[in-house]
Design a protein around this ligand. Structure first.
Ligand code: SF4
Length: 183
């Protein structure tokens, strides 16, 4: 067998549903393990620093705060093939609903002051609570993306059909309703 690829996943502003769907691959994850080493993932390993020279990375979630932004830029630099994984990554989807309220300070004021029943206060602790970006963006507005897997979440069969060829160094065909339907 040829050398295993280095596979990663990251979780930005999303509900983790896309990662749960990834785990729904169930026993096929043993097949993944034959072809890939999981080098960074909230559900697949415990490394805290995103490594260099990653072959493939699935990105769940939109870009909503400074921590998301910084991680995504680092991941792009260190990854050959980056995948927008799920509707929040592809379109900004649910996290972008806050864009309708306006910029970050308007969102924070509405959420934590106007609607705060008990000791209303803004969440602020430098180095601990990441600052919100002025608006939530889909991943491809921040970095170049190599492939999109839509779905909220993408089903396990769709995830398998998308990444199985990549594990073998081939390009998947993202065509037809089963592969590209949103929602
Ligand atoms: S696409 Fe859907 S399942 Fe995935 S993170 Fe967004 S809301 Fe959750």
């Amino acid at each position: 067998m040829s050398e295993k690829i280095k596979l990663a996943t990251i979780w930005l502003a999303g509900c983790s549903g896309c990662h749960m769907s990834f785990l729904d691959l169930d026993e096929w994850l043993f097949e993944v393990a034959k072809f890939a080493d999981i080098v960074y993932s909230p559900v697949g390993c415990d490394l805290k620093e995103y490594p260099e020279n990653v072959d493939v990375c699935l990105v769940e979630g939109a870009v909503a705060n400074e921590e998301n932004w910084e991680l995504l830029l680092k991941v792009r630099k260190r990854t050959k093939f980056l995948i927008s994984f799920g509707d929040c990554a592809v379109t900004a989807n649910v996290p972008a609903m806050r864009n309708m309220l306006g910029k970050a300070d308007q969102v924070l004021k509405r959420s934590y002051l106007e609607l705060g029943d008990v000791t209303p206060q803004l969440p602020h602790f430098p180095g601990i609570v990441p600052e919100l970006l002025e608006r939530v963006s889909p991943v491809h507005e921040v970095v170049q993306i190599d492939m999109f897997i839509p779905g909220c979440p993408p089903s396990a069969p769709r995830i398998q059909a998308a990444i199985e060829p990549l594990l073998k160094g081939e390009t998947p065909k993202m065509e037809g309703r089963d592969m590209i339907k949103f929602g």
